[in-house]
Design a protein around this ligand. Structure first.
Ligand code: MG
Ligand code: ZN
Length: 386
């Protein structure tokens, strides 16, 4: 009780308990020490595989607009466990995608722009790296460039999200089994003249791209890691003809299931452009990207239901646009309105299915998603120095 008393006093003086924007935020409750995080799940209740799906900028209104535009239904309705996370970063109540994804990947609140590093710029050990070290197969799929903030925060360690070439080089420091996304130019036309696609081939990867063949045409060699670049820079919008997310999600599930046949896998799939529709204050852009992401969720759920040993988590890093569905809207025509062309600080929904899903009920920090994933995998104490 005494713990909350100072906050109450502050409230009486009409000053918000929540820290103001852009100020340094108070120390966090350590999610790792949260009672729920101490429960060790019995082995029978642990998933072999975890698939984390991030709809960038996907707040509740984006989901709602997609649902009403799609005969009043979404694959998200197949999820039995639903929670909310607090999305703020270490230096701003309104997070960006770098800090938001680093919270998921490494369990630390950090500053906006940080890719897999803490507020002091020190590299964090990500769940993807830990999964790799534990012998699991790993993958990243995105509809942005693969070096963009969300996928980058799972595999790279850079002080600024704009260091795209450095982020691409960080991929070479890992043994990631599969990655699919745009940004080919950051791999093969670099200022340092390295050709990272050549280096990936030398490391034993099967490397291909939109330039050589469609993703659907790739002959998959399950004995090799797979890298496929979907665009030279940013992939197109769904409306412009980018249709690969659902197929890439199915391919990734099948590929990693075989690669991780013994120990399981970790896969992050991002629907990146829901956010870009929000930045553009474009309702149709939001809805088409939302529905593309939802179809991919459906494909992943089909895999998880058949597999029976896969935990699927769907969430967003933040909401984008302060999107609202205004009066005059119908199921067929959403009248969208926006308060911003940037992100907002609203609580963000989390959907979970599979072994351990019930841990995702409730309200918690965005960083708790990392701790809950480690908990369900049954990863123990973090090794020191990591
Ligand atoms: Mg993103
Ligand atoms: Zn954004």
């Amino acid at each position: 009780m005494t713990k909350f008393f100072p906050c109450l006093l502050v409230a009486i003086t009409f000053v918000a308990c929540n820290p103001p924007q852009s100020s340094s935020l108070p120390p966090l409750p350590e999610d790792m020490n949260h009672p729920a995080a101490q429960i060790e799940l019995p082995e029978t209740e642990r998933p072999k595989n975890i698939i984390l799906m991030v709809g960038d900028g996907m707040g509740l209104t984006q989901i709602t607009a997609g649902l009403y535009s799609n005969d009043n239904q979404l694959n998200l309705e197949r999820f039995p466990a639903i929670g909310l996370h607090k999305s703020y970063s270490s230096d701003n109540l309104v997070t960006d995608s770098a800090a938001g994804a680093t919270a998921f990947s490494a369990g630390r609140k950090t500053y906006n722009g940080a890719i897999g590093v803490d507020p002091d710029g020190k590299s964090l050990y990500t769940i993807l790296e830990e999964a790799e070290d534990q012998g699991l197969a790993t993958g990243l799929v995105s509809t942005s460039t693969i070096v963009h903030a969300t996928p980058a925060s799972f595999i790279a360690h850079e002080k600024q999200r704009s260091f795209y070439e450095a982020i691409a080089a960080d991929f070479l420091d890992t043994e990631i089994d599969l990655f699919i996304g745009g940004g080919k130019k950051y791999f093969d036309r670099r200022e340092d003249d390295r050709n990272l696609l050549k280096e990936l081939r030398q490391k034993g990867y099967h490397v291909s791209s939109y330039f050589e063949e469609k993703l659907e045409a790739v002959t998959v060699d399950y004995s090799k890691n797979l890298a496929y670049l979907t665009a030279d820079s940013d992939p197109l919008t769904y409306n412009q003809g980018r249709k690969y997310l659902q197929f890439a999600s199915e391919l990734a599930c099948d590929f990693l299931d075989k690669r991780g046949a013994n120990d399981g896998f970790f896969l992050m799939i991002e629907g990146a452009q829901i956010d870009w529709g929000g930045h553009a204050n474009n309702t149709d852009y939001i809805i088409t990207e939302m529905l593309d992401f939802d179809r991919s969720i459906g494909a992943v759920m089909d895999f998880a239901e058949a597999d029976g040993n896969t935990l699927v988590i769907v969430t967003a890093d933040h909401e984008t646009g302060g999107f609202a569905i205004n009066p005059g809207s119908t199921h067929d025509t959403i009248v969208g309105a926006f308060t911003s062309d940037y992100h907002t600080a609203a609580l963000i929904p989390v959907f979970a299915y599979g072994p351990g899903a019930e841990l995702f009920n409730g309200i918690y920090e965005n960083t708790a998603i990392y701790h809950k994933m480690r908990q369900t995998y049954g990863f123990g104490e973090l090794a020191t120095g990591k």
